[in-house]
Design a protein around this ligand. Structure first.
Ligand code: SAM
Length: 293
């Protein structure tokens, strides 16, 4: 059942005209950079591989450019938007679709699993979004906590996309890298130039897909401890792993214990967090947990 595409044509001029007709200005504080390029919209939707059975959560529908594309392909789209003032425009642009539910809330405050139960029954959910960049990390970490999501296709800042897909030992590798790779496989879809948005942002963007793993790629005895270790290793980026993790209170491990573990694993005590692979983080975490018990 394909639905007809009506309303805003997605071009820059149409977006500008509609905003000014409604007396609205894009809100920088909410990361409002609206997509105005049809090829990017098409690439996001095709990366998501939607079927007529798909249940979709969109974060930040804005004026609805992506929402309309999703509504044409999926069974149902639930779109969570924080900006109350944009809702009349969004509703106008979505009036041709009967399979979209807009929820006016802050995504970071939504109980995702309760929302999924209520809106999608027990179906698995695909998350698709042009994310507000100022909260990319907390959103991604929150999505990865849900066991109901099967895949995530998101547009994010290019630099952050490189971080998520990085391998140990490279400049882009950071705390979020092993944290994300513990839960998902990361696929690069495409880069997006600033010119594809209104207003034009200062940075390039990338579309990536995160396919959630059914099983973690490494054995971790205590997940909470593993995540504390990863954060501790990078909390003082210029320092060695030992100095950074050793002064991270949530980890609760002193430098001497950390040194012992590194030595037992045959690692240099001056090793840096960015050189440690997800396997090594898992082994260090498991060894520390063992020592505590
Ligand atoms: N999807 C639209 C598009 O592609 O043109 C808009 C994307 S814009 C980059 C990000 C959207 O997220 C904005 O509509 C903004 O108001 C919304 N947003 C920002 N913070 C949010 C939050 N905490 N919860 C839900 N939506 C949020």
């Amino acid at each position: 059942m394909k639905r007809k595409h009506k309303g805003l044509d997605g071009s820059k001029r149409a977006v500008q005209a509609q905003l000014s007709n409604e007396g609205l200005r894009p809100k920088k504080s909410l990361g409002q950079n609206f997509l105005t390029d049809q090829s990017v919209l098409s690439d996001i939707v095709s990366a998501a591989q939607l079927t007529e059975e798909s249940c979709v959560l969109e974060i930040g529908p804005g004026m609805g450019a992506l929402t309309k594309e999703l509504a044409q392909e999926a069974k149902k789209v639930v779109a969570v938007e924080i900006d109350t003032s944009i809702l009349p425009v969004l509703e106008k642009n979505l009036q041709a679709f009967d399979n979209v539910t807009v929820i006016n809330q802050d995504i970071l405050k939504v109980d995702l699993d309760a929302l999924f139960d209520e809106q999608f029954g027990n179906n698995s959910v695909k998350v698709i979004a042009n994310l507000p960049y100022y909260i990319t990390t907390p959103i991604v970490m929150k999505l990865l906590e849900s066991k109901r999501i099967s895949s995530i296709v998101i547009m994010i800042q290019k630099e952050v996309a490189e971080r998520l897909a990085a391998t140990a030992g490279t400049k882009s590798y950071g705390a979020i890298t092993p944290a994300v790779q513990y839960r998902a496989e990361v696929f690069y879809v495409r880069d997006v130039s600033p010119e594809c948005f209104h207003p034009v942002p200062k940075v390039w963007s990338s579309v990536i897909e995160l396919r959630l793993l059914k099983e973690a790629p490494v054995f971790v005895q205590d997940e909470k401890h593993f995540f504390h270790l990863v954060h501790g290793a990078f909390c003082q980026r210029r320092k060695t792993f030992l100095n950074s993790a050793g002064s991270y209170p949530q980890l609760g491990a002193d430098k001497e214990t950390l040194r012992q573990v590194l030595t037992e694993m045959g690692l240099d005590e001056n090793v840096r967090g960015e050189s440690l692979s997800i396997e090594q983080f898992a082994r260090i975490s498991n060894a520390l947990v063992e020592k505590k018990s």
